[in-house]
Write a protein that binds this ligand. Structure first.
Ligand SMILES: [Zn+2]
Ligand SMILES: [Zn+2]
Length: 231
């Protein structure tokens, strides 16, 4: 079905030139997706590596301030095109773009999955206030699409905001023992598992680091973070 759908003529959401299956046209895909994926990037922070360290998996920045996640992968460069796509999706609520963005994220993370294979994708939870304002959770929709492309499950309840947690009495003793790290609480089901966190845009990486901290405190072995764009 997907192969058939991928051949249907469509219009590139960025430049309005001919495309197929709702994807970007060749030119836009090369400029905003492929060019980023072909560069030497730091696995830990997603920033460009200086040529000197092109084979290193961590940059000097990350060695000074180690991250709690093992890898950070971002699909798009946050230049004009990447920014426009993210805004069309998040702010203008063009929900159909989740299919395009999620597919690019799945392609970007493929090399990393050979080393770290998460047992589930977990979206960064949105606050109730933000959900009410936006009407949808961008990360949640992306997690659903990425899960489909990578044949890995996605779990909504494995990570939640500490301030909006389930009432204590509904939690098992084991769950209560799981520490609240920063803003997030992870479910005890993550114990001894590799987990993939899905976010829309990574800026400083502090949210990604906080989610990884909560998941690891609950026993996750490794955490990788997959985002739509690196701002
Ligand atoms: Zn285009
Ligand atoms: Zn780095």
């Amino acid at each position: 079905m997907r192969i058939l759908f991928d051949r249907i003529p469509s219009v590139c959401p960025l430049c309005q030139l001919a495309a197929r299956g709702g994807h970007l046209c060749r030119g836009c895909e090369h400029q905003w997706f492929e060019q980023r994926q072909q560069r030497a990037l730091c696995r830990s922070c997603g920033e460009d590596l200086p040529a000197l360290w092109a084979t290193a998996c961590q940059c000097a920045r990350c060695r000074v301030q180690p991250r709690k996640f093992a890898a950070l992968v971002c699909a798009l460069d946050y230049g004009v095109g990447g920014q426009a796509l993210v805004q069309m999706y998040k702010t203008q609520r063009q929900l159909a773009l989740a299919a395009l963005l999620g597919a690019l994220m799945a392609r970007a993370v493929r090399p990393v999955l050979r080393q770290y294979r998460p047992c589930a994708w977990v979206p960064v939870p949105a606050s109730q206030a933000r959900l009410m304002r936006n009407g949808f959770s961008p990360a949640q929709q992306l997690a659903r699409v990425v899960a489909g492309h990578t044949a890995i499950a996605w779990r909504l309840d494995w990570l939640r905001l500490a301030s909006e947690g389930a009432p204590q009495k509904r939690l098992s003793r084991h769950e209560r023992e799981v520490a609240v790290i920063d803003r997030f609480v992870a479910h005890s089901a993550v114990r001894n598992r590799c987990i993939g966190v899905i976010d829309d845009v990574v800026t400083t990486g502090s949210t990604a680091d906080a989610t990884a901290g909560a998941l690891k405190a609950a026993g996750a072995t490794e955490v990788i973070v997959l985002a739509c764009a690196r701002a």
